[in-house]
Design a binder for this molecule. Sequence first.
Ligand code: NI
Length: 171
Amino acid sequence: MVACEVRPRVQRESMRATFFTCSCPIQVTRIPPLLTHPSSEAPNRKQGLFMPTTPKQIAASLTELWSPRVIAEVDDSYIKVAKVSGSLAWHSHENEDELFLVLKGHLKIEMEDRTVEIGEGEMFVVPKGVRHNPLAEHECLIMLIEKKTTLHTGNTVTEKTRSLADQLRPT
Ligand code: NI
């Protein structure tokens, strides 16, 4: 009986936590989540609506370094994955926290007062306003949780900076 009571609630929560119909960020904000039907233009996000997704596998499949891809939407935040190696860029997000979860490998995050080392399966939240520079000595797979308004290199623009439209491309 307990399982029967729990399952519908979980399904409803799952439906509420997702997704959108295409890679256009303007449409994303305009379409109520419960009324959307994912299209084939966003295969990863469609997959996430109906079944568990595989962030580690999606990250491993990426061919560009430091090029985050959105794999899911949860209310006003994006869930992203990336394959990284070397350093990104010193930057900060004045109004947004940023969560890093290491899916495979080892990531360092340099900050002005210290450096944290994040091992596989570990996560770390960079508080808003803190200047930081993610750094991987070897190839590393990460998952990120960021507000939709977060620019992934803050106000610093480098050759590694990617637009949101680029991050929303299907993998
Ligand atoms: Ni950042």
